[in-house]
Design a protein around this ligand. Sequence first.
Ligand SMILES: NC(=O)c1ccc[n+]([C@@H]2O[C@H](COP(=O)([O-])OP(=O)(O)OC[C@H]3O[C@@H](n4cnc5c(N)ncnc54)[C@H](OP(=O)(O)O)[C@@H]3O)[C@@H](O)[C@H]2O)c1
Length: 258
Amino acid sequence: MSTIGLSGQRVCVTGASRGIGAHACEVFARDGAQVLGIARSRDELADLRERLTEQGLAYDFATLDLTAPDAGKQLEALFTGFVPDVFVNNAGATKPAPFQDVSREDFDRVMELNVRAGFFSTQAAVRAMIANPASASRAIIHLGSMLGHVALPERSVYAATKHALEGLTKAMALDLAPHGIRVNALAPTYIETPLTEPLLTDPAFRKFVSDRMPMSTPERPIGELRDLDGALLFLADSSRSGLVSGTSVVVDGGWTAQ
Ligand SMILES: NC(=O)c1ccc[n+]([C@@H]2O[C@H](COP(=O)([O-])OP(=O)(O)OC[C@H]3O[C@@H](n4cnc5c(N)ncnc54)[C@H](OP(=O)(O)O)[C@@H]3O)[C@@H](O)[C@H]2O)c1
Protein backbone atom coordinates (compact mmCIF):
# COMPACT_ATOMS: atom_id res chain seq x y z
CA MET A 1 0.00 0.00 0.00
CA SER A 2 1.17 3.52 -0.82
CA THR A 3 2.41 5.63 2.04
CA ILE A 4 2.18 8.83 0.05
CA GLY A 5 -1.55 8.88 -0.61
CA LEU A 6 -2.61 10.95 -3.60
CA SER A 7 0.60 12.94 -3.76
CA GLY A 8 1.41 13.81 -7.37
CA GLN A 9 -2.14 13.03 -8.52
CA ARG A 10 -4.47 15.55 -10.15
CA VAL A 11 -8.05 15.31 -8.99
CA CYS A 12 -10.98 17.20 -10.54
CA VAL A 13 -14.26 17.47 -8.62
CA THR A 14 -17.49 18.90 -10.06
CA GLY A 15 -20.02 20.57 -7.80
CA ALA A 16 -17.12 21.83 -5.71
CA SER A 17 -18.58 25.04 -4.31
CA ARG A 18 -20.33 23.45 -1.31
CA GLY A 19 -21.51 20.23 0.28
CA ILE A 20 -19.91 16.91 -0.62
CA GLY A 21 -17.92 18.37 -3.52
CA ALA A 22 -16.23 21.10 -1.46
CA HIS A 23 -15.53 18.59 1.29
CA ALA A 24 -14.10 16.08 -1.19
CA CYS A 25 -11.74 18.75 -2.57
CA GLU A 26 -10.36 19.26 0.93
CA VAL A 27 -10.05 15.53 1.62
CA PHE A 28 -8.12 14.95 -1.62
CA ALA A 29 -5.92 18.02 -1.15
CA ARG A 30 -5.06 16.91 2.40
CA ASP A 31 -4.03 13.53 0.98
CA GLY A 32 -1.53 15.31 -1.25
CA ALA A 33 -3.45 15.74 -4.50
CA GLN A 34 -3.48 18.78 -6.72
CA VAL A 35 -7.20 19.55 -6.85
CA LEU A 36 -9.36 21.42 -9.36
CA GLY A 37 -12.92 22.25 -8.35
CA ILE A 38 -15.70 23.10 -10.80
CA ALA A 39 -19.05 24.79 -10.09
CA ARG A 40 -20.95 27.98 -10.95
CA SER A 41 -20.58 30.00 -7.71
CA ARG A 42 -17.34 31.95 -7.97
CA ASP A 43 -17.45 33.39 -4.44
CA GLU A 44 -17.86 30.02 -2.74
CA LEU A 45 -15.14 28.47 -4.89
CA ALA A 46 -12.81 31.39 -4.13
CA ASP A 47 -13.51 31.08 -0.38
CA LEU A 48 -12.56 27.41 -0.51
CA ARG A 49 -9.39 28.25 -2.43
CA GLU A 50 -8.43 30.82 0.17
CA ARG A 51 -9.06 28.38 3.03
CA LEU A 52 -7.12 25.52 1.42
CA THR A 53 -4.21 27.48 0.05
CA GLU A 54 -3.73 29.15 3.46
CA GLN A 55 -3.05 25.63 4.73
CA GLY A 56 -0.51 25.04 1.98
CA LEU A 57 -2.84 22.74 0.03
CA ALA A 58 -2.90 22.65 -3.78
CA TYR A 59 -6.32 23.81 -4.95
CA ASP A 60 -7.69 25.91 -7.77
CA PHE A 61 -11.08 26.24 -9.40
CA ALA A 62 -12.91 26.95 -12.63
CA THR A 63 -16.39 28.44 -12.84
CA LEU A 64 -18.54 26.55 -15.28
CA ASP A 65 -22.21 25.68 -15.74
CA LEU A 66 -22.08 22.00 -16.62
CA THR A 67 -25.49 22.22 -18.31
CA ALA A 68 -24.51 25.13 -20.59
CA PRO A 69 -24.52 24.36 -24.33
CA ASP A 70 -20.79 25.08 -24.55
CA ALA A 71 -19.84 23.15 -21.37
CA GLY A 72 -18.20 20.40 -23.43
CA LYS A 73 -15.92 22.85 -25.20
CA GLN A 74 -15.07 24.63 -21.93
CA LEU A 75 -14.18 21.34 -20.25
CA GLU A 76 -12.08 20.28 -23.23
CA ALA A 77 -10.10 23.53 -22.93
CA LEU A 78 -9.81 23.13 -19.15
CA PHE A 79 -8.49 19.58 -19.44
CA THR A 80 -5.76 20.52 -21.87
CA GLY A 81 -4.10 22.43 -19.01
CA PHE A 82 -5.16 20.07 -16.20
CA VAL A 83 -5.35 16.42 -17.20
CA PRO A 84 -7.07 14.70 -14.28
CA ASP A 85 -5.86 11.38 -12.88
CA VAL A 86 -9.09 11.21 -10.90
CA PHE A 87 -12.41 12.75 -11.95
CA VAL A 88 -15.28 13.01 -9.48
CA ASN A 89 -18.68 13.49 -11.12
CA ASN A 90 -20.38 14.99 -8.10
CA ALA A 91 -22.61 17.90 -9.20
CA GLY A 92 -26.21 16.90 -8.72
CA ALA A 93 -29.66 18.13 -7.79
CA THR A 94 -33.01 16.85 -6.60
CA LYS A 95 -36.61 18.04 -6.66
CA PRO A 96 -38.80 15.75 -4.55
CA ALA A 97 -42.40 15.31 -5.72
CA PRO A 98 -44.91 12.47 -6.02
CA PHE A 99 -44.49 10.70 -9.37
CA GLN A 100 -47.91 11.86 -10.60
CA ASP A 101 -47.03 15.52 -9.97
CA VAL A 102 -43.57 15.67 -11.59
CA SER A 103 -43.49 18.38 -14.26
CA ARG A 104 -41.56 17.97 -17.49
CA GLU A 105 -39.56 21.04 -16.51
CA ASP A 106 -38.39 19.52 -13.22
CA PHE A 107 -37.79 16.14 -14.85
CA ASP A 108 -35.61 17.76 -17.51
CA ARG A 109 -33.71 19.92 -15.01
CA VAL A 110 -32.70 17.03 -12.73
CA MET A 111 -32.00 14.62 -15.63
CA GLU A 112 -30.00 17.30 -17.42
CA LEU A 113 -27.59 17.81 -14.53
CA ASN A 114 -27.47 14.38 -12.88
CA VAL A 115 -27.32 12.27 -16.03
CA ARG A 116 -26.59 14.26 -19.19
CA ALA A 117 -24.08 16.74 -17.75
CA GLY A 118 -22.57 14.01 -15.57
CA PHE A 119 -22.16 11.76 -18.59
CA PHE A 120 -20.56 14.34 -20.87
CA SER A 121 -18.37 16.06 -18.27
CA THR A 122 -16.98 12.64 -17.38
CA GLN A 123 -16.52 11.90 -21.08
CA ALA A 124 -14.45 15.10 -21.45
CA ALA A 125 -12.24 14.04 -18.53
CA VAL A 126 -11.85 10.50 -19.90
CA ARG A 127 -10.92 11.78 -23.37
CA ALA A 128 -8.17 13.90 -21.79
CA MET A 129 -6.96 10.90 -19.75
CA ILE A 130 -6.83 8.66 -22.82
CA ALA A 131 -5.04 11.31 -24.88
CA ASN A 132 -2.44 11.74 -22.12
CA PRO A 133 -1.69 8.25 -20.81
CA ALA A 134 1.08 9.48 -18.51
CA SER A 135 -0.42 8.31 -15.23
CA ALA A 136 -0.80 4.64 -14.41
CA SER A 137 -3.41 5.16 -11.71
CA ARG A 138 -6.59 6.74 -13.01
CA ALA A 139 -10.09 6.63 -11.67
CA ILE A 140 -13.61 7.98 -12.10
CA ILE A 141 -15.96 8.34 -9.14
CA HIS A 142 -19.64 8.97 -9.82
CA LEU A 143 -21.51 10.42 -6.85
CA GLY A 144 -24.46 8.08 -6.83
CA SER A 145 -26.74 7.62 -3.85
CA MET A 146 -28.34 4.87 -1.83
CA LEU A 147 -31.29 5.92 -4.03
CA GLY A 148 -29.39 4.30 -6.89
CA HIS A 149 -30.00 1.01 -5.04
CA VAL A 150 -33.37 1.46 -3.37
CA ALA A 151 -36.17 4.02 -3.57
CA LEU A 152 -38.13 6.34 -1.31
CA PRO A 153 -41.48 8.01 -1.88
CA GLU A 154 -41.44 11.22 -3.94
CA ARG A 155 -38.00 10.52 -5.41
CA SER A 156 -38.89 9.06 -8.82
CA VAL A 157 -36.71 11.37 -10.91
CA TYR A 158 -33.79 11.47 -8.49
CA ALA A 159 -33.83 7.68 -8.02
CA ALA A 160 -34.00 7.22 -11.80
CA THR A 161 -30.92 9.41 -12.25
CA LYS A 162 -28.96 7.63 -9.53
CA HIS A 163 -29.91 4.17 -10.82
CA ALA A 164 -28.72 5.43 -14.23
CA LEU A 165 -25.34 6.32 -12.74
CA GLU A 166 -25.01 2.80 -11.33
CA GLY A 167 -25.56 1.36 -14.81
CA LEU A 168 -23.22 3.90 -16.33
CA THR A 169 -20.55 2.94 -13.79
CA LYS A 170 -20.66 -0.69 -14.88
CA ALA A 171 -20.71 0.06 -18.62
CA MET A 172 -17.89 2.60 -18.35
CA ALA A 173 -15.80 0.20 -16.29
CA LEU A 174 -15.88 -2.26 -19.20
CA ASP A 175 -15.07 0.33 -21.87
CA LEU A 176 -12.27 1.95 -19.89
CA ALA A 177 -10.51 -1.07 -18.39
CA PRO A 178 -8.29 -1.38 -21.51
CA HIS A 179 -7.15 2.18 -20.78
CA GLY A 180 -6.37 1.41 -17.15
CA ILE A 181 -9.15 3.67 -15.89
CA ARG A 182 -11.23 2.36 -12.98
CA VAL A 183 -14.85 3.51 -12.66
CA ASN A 184 -16.87 3.29 -9.47
CA ALA A 185 -19.84 4.89 -7.75
CA LEU A 186 -20.01 6.22 -4.21
CA ALA A 187 -23.54 5.83 -2.87
CA PRO A 188 -24.19 7.74 0.36
CA THR A 189 -27.23 7.85 2.58
CA TYR A 190 -28.53 11.25 3.71
CA ILE A 191 -25.59 13.52 4.52
CA GLU A 192 -26.04 16.98 6.00
CA THR A 193 -25.34 19.43 3.14
CA PRO A 194 -27.11 22.44 1.56
CA LEU A 195 -28.89 19.95 -0.75
CA THR A 196 -30.51 18.06 2.13
CA GLU A 197 -30.89 20.99 4.52
CA PRO A 198 -34.50 21.79 3.48
CA LEU A 199 -35.44 18.16 4.20
CA LEU A 200 -33.37 17.60 7.33
CA THR A 201 -34.57 20.74 9.09
CA ASP A 202 -37.97 19.02 9.38
CA PRO A 203 -37.80 17.13 12.73
CA ALA A 204 -40.16 14.42 11.48
CA PHE A 205 -37.95 13.77 8.44
CA ARG A 206 -34.78 13.77 10.58
CA LYS A 207 -36.38 11.17 12.83
CA PHE A 208 -37.41 9.10 9.81
CA VAL A 209 -33.83 9.16 8.49
CA SER A 210 -32.18 8.25 11.79
CA ASP A 211 -34.79 5.57 12.52
CA ARG A 212 -34.10 3.95 9.13
CA MET A 213 -30.31 3.94 9.59
CA PRO A 214 -29.21 1.07 11.84
CA MET A 215 -25.84 2.73 12.56
CA SER A 216 -27.50 5.95 13.72
CA THR A 217 -26.46 6.94 17.26
CA PRO A 218 -27.46 9.85 19.51
CA GLU A 219 -24.00 11.37 18.82
CA ARG A 220 -24.38 10.96 15.05
CA PRO A 221 -28.04 10.52 14.17
CA ILE A 222 -27.54 11.50 10.49
CA GLY A 223 -24.62 10.94 8.11
CA GLU A 224 -21.93 13.62 8.15
CA LEU A 225 -19.50 14.71 5.46
CA ARG A 226 -16.57 13.07 7.23
CA ASP A 227 -18.32 9.71 6.92
CA LEU A 228 -17.41 9.80 3.22
CA ASP A 229 -13.68 10.44 3.64
CA GLY A 230 -12.49 6.83 3.71
CA ALA A 231 -14.55 5.79 0.69
CA LEU A 232 -13.48 8.84 -1.33
CA LEU A 233 -9.79 8.17 -0.69
CA PHE A 234 -10.14 4.43 -1.25
CA LEU A 235 -11.85 4.83 -4.62
CA ALA A 236 -9.50 7.58 -5.82
CA ASP A 237 -6.23 5.91 -4.86
CA SER A 238 -5.38 3.06 -7.20
CA SER A 239 -2.69 1.84 -4.82
CA ARG A 240 -5.51 1.03 -2.39
CA SER A 241 -8.24 -0.04 -4.83
CA GLY A 242 -6.43 -1.11 -8.01
CA LEU A 243 -8.75 -4.05 -8.70
CA VAL A 244 -11.95 -2.24 -7.72
CA SER A 245 -13.93 -1.22 -10.79
CA GLY A 246 -17.54 -1.31 -11.97
CA THR A 247 -18.99 -1.33 -8.50
CA SER A 248 -20.60 0.89 -5.91
CA VAL A 249 -19.43 1.66 -2.40
CA VAL A 250 -22.57 2.20 -0.35
CA VAL A 251 -22.05 4.40 2.71
CA ASP A 252 -25.45 4.23 4.31
CA GLY A 253 -25.09 3.02 7.89
CA GLY A 254 -26.88 -0.19 6.95
CA TRP A 255 -29.99 1.49 5.48
CA THR A 256 -30.15 -0.64 2.30
CA ALA A 257 -29.40 -3.90 4.14
CA GLN A 258 -33.00 -3.99 5.38
N1 LIG B 1 -26.25 15.18 0.58
C1 LIG B 1 -26.73 13.98 0.51
O1 LIG B 1 -27.42 13.49 1.42
C2 LIG B 1 -26.44 13.11 -0.68
C3 LIG B 1 -26.73 11.75 -0.56
C4 LIG B 1 -26.48 10.92 -1.65
C5 LIG B 1 -25.95 11.45 -2.81
N2 LIG B 1 -25.70 12.79 -2.89
C6 LIG B 1 -25.16 13.29 -4.15
O2 LIG B 1 -23.93 13.94 -3.90
C7 LIG B 1 -23.76 15.01 -4.83
C8 LIG B 1 -23.51 16.31 -4.08
O3 LIG B 1 -24.59 16.53 -3.20
P1 LIG B 1 -24.58 17.72 -2.14
O4 LIG B 1 -25.49 17.32 -1.06
O5 LIG B 1 -23.19 18.12 -1.85
O6 LIG B 1 -25.30 18.87 -3.01
P2 LIG B 1 -25.24 20.48 -2.85
O7 LIG B 1 -24.82 20.84 -1.48
O8 LIG B 1 -26.54 20.98 -3.37
O9 LIG B 1 -24.09 20.87 -3.88
C9 LIG B 1 -24.30 20.67 -5.25
C10 LIG B 1 -23.09 21.15 -6.00
O10 LIG B 1 -23.35 21.00 -7.41
C11 LIG B 1 -23.04 22.23 -8.06
N3 LIG B 1 -23.86 22.41 -9.26
C12 LIG B 1 -25.21 22.40 -9.33
N4 LIG B 1 -25.60 22.67 -10.59
C13 LIG B 1 -24.47 22.85 -11.33
C14 LIG B 1 -24.21 23.17 -12.68
N5 LIG B 1 -25.21 23.35 -13.56
N6 LIG B 1 -22.93 23.29 -13.09
C15 LIG B 1 -21.92 23.12 -12.21
N7 LIG B 1 -22.09 22.81 -10.91
C16 LIG B 1 -23.36 22.68 -10.48
C17 LIG B 1 -23.32 23.29 -7.00
O11 LIG B 1 -22.56 24.46 -7.23
P3 LIG B 1 -23.10 25.81 -7.93
O12 LIG B 1 -24.50 26.03 -7.46
O13 LIG B 1 -22.09 26.79 -7.45
O14 LIG B 1 -22.98 25.56 -9.40
C18 LIG B 1 -22.79 22.61 -5.75
O15 LIG B 1 -21.41 22.81 -5.64
C19 LIG B 1 -25.02 15.03 -5.70
O16 LIG B 1 -24.79 14.31 -6.87
C20 LIG B 1 -26.03 14.32 -4.83
O17 LIG B 1 -27.06 13.72 -5.57
C21 LIG B 1 -25.94 13.63 -1.85
